[in-house]
Design a binder for this molecule. Structure first.
Ligand SMILES: Nc1ncnc2c1ncn2[C@@H]1O[C@H](COP(=O)(O)OP(=O)(O)OP(=O)(O)O)[C@@H](O)[C@H]1O
Length: 301
């Protein structure tokens, strides 16, 4: 891993809510190396998605900022792909076409049509979805949709993959399969990843570091835990590994002993719609200014 790659410095944000100010984040600082896998964990409403949205360029920080490979983040861009909990695939496009949408946005000028086809198929192979190229999102399972969503993001070759509870809506077995796939893909491609999760085992299994956030309002980073477990990691071996058990215990202690108060703010402040629709629609508009209507597939994965 190289020197610092992604730099989040002094980030704070204040939202205007019905005429009054709400401070969601205060002085969030995080430096990541290229190829690092970082999980964000914290109680509901503490500000995890807000951090991710600031890195994605969907929110502007009130103070501080984000620099990716020497360039300040000021807006969304294909160098930061976001995987949402509910895949946000276009329901009217096939599996292939959903990935094609993103690939055309990034590679239309630099790859030929044949190269783009090969690239789309390659990325769908990575997530074991090359058998379903012509299927519509409505014809595949929740786990499969999430795989396609991940392929779509990988195919953009982003500098940073941002994942907002990517497996949160899946059953335990499918989640485990996708976690294993993600570990294999990351080992092969060396992606830099920030992933939000509520799942302590998932955080320890996948991460190089676990960033634990304090409760809001004015949430910040409470502690950062280094996960030095050897890779490749096997969930069955790790279950009995004393280091794994110890790390797991430390996260649980942070969440349930040191910061057990759930964020009151989360209950009091109305939660806005996720920006996933906006992002995907922006992609769609670029690809196709035609007559297609409707939002992303809202069916729960
Ligand atoms: N656009 C916004 N306008 C006003 N308040 C907001 C906005 N976005 C987030 N908030 C508030 O900021 C706080 C942090 O929200 P955020 O969605 O980042 O939390 P979270 O940790 O991701 O929660 P969860 O785990 O439940 O998804 C919450 O109190 C939320 O209501």
């Amino acid at each position: 891993m190289g020197i610092k790659y992604l730099d989040i410095t002094g980030v704070g944000i204040e939202f205007d809510t019905n005429g009054s100010k709400f401070r969601a984040l205060q002085n969030v600082n995080l430096r990541m190396k290229k190829g690092e896998f970082v999980s964000l964990i914290g109680h509901s409403g503490c500000g995890k998605s807000t951090v991710l949205n600031i890195v994605a360029g969907l929110h502007r920080a009130t103070e501080g900022g984000v620099v990716l490979e020497g360039k300040e983040v000021t807006e969304p861009g294909p160098d930061r792909a976001v995987v949402f909990q509910n895949h946000s695939l276009m329901p009217w496009l096939s599996v292939y076409e959903n990935v094609e949408l993103a690939v055309n946005q990034v590679f239309r000028k630099t790859k030929s049509r044949a190269e783009r086809r090969e690239w789309i198929e390659h990325n769908l192979q990575l997530v074991n979805m090359d058998h379903a190229l012509d299927k519509l999102p409505g014809e595949i399972s929740g786990g499969m949709k999430q795989r396609v969503g991940i392929a779509r993001c990988l195919a953009m070759q982003p500098k940073v993959l941002l994942m907002d509870e990517p497996f949160g809506a899946l059953d335990a077995l499918t989640r485990a399969q996708l976690q294993d796939s993600l570990m294999e893909i990351q080992a092969e491609l060396g992606n830099t990843v920030i992933m939000i999760t509520h799942d302590v085992d998932e955080a320890v299994l996948l991460s190089d570091r676990i960033v634990m956030m304090t409760n809001g309002p004015a949430a910040s980073i409470g502690e950062i835990l280094d996960v030095n477990l050897a890779r490749p990691r096997d969930r069955l071996d790790l279950a009995e590994n004393p280091e794994f058990v110890h790390l797991r215990q430390q996260v649980l202690e942070f969440l349930y002993a040191k910061h057990s108060q759930p964020a009151k703010a989360a209950q009091e402040t109305p939660q806005p719609e996720r920006e996933s629709a906006a992002v995907v629609e922006a992609l769609s508009a670029e690809e196709d200014s035609g007559a297609k209507t409707g939002g992303p597939d809202s069916e729960a994965a």
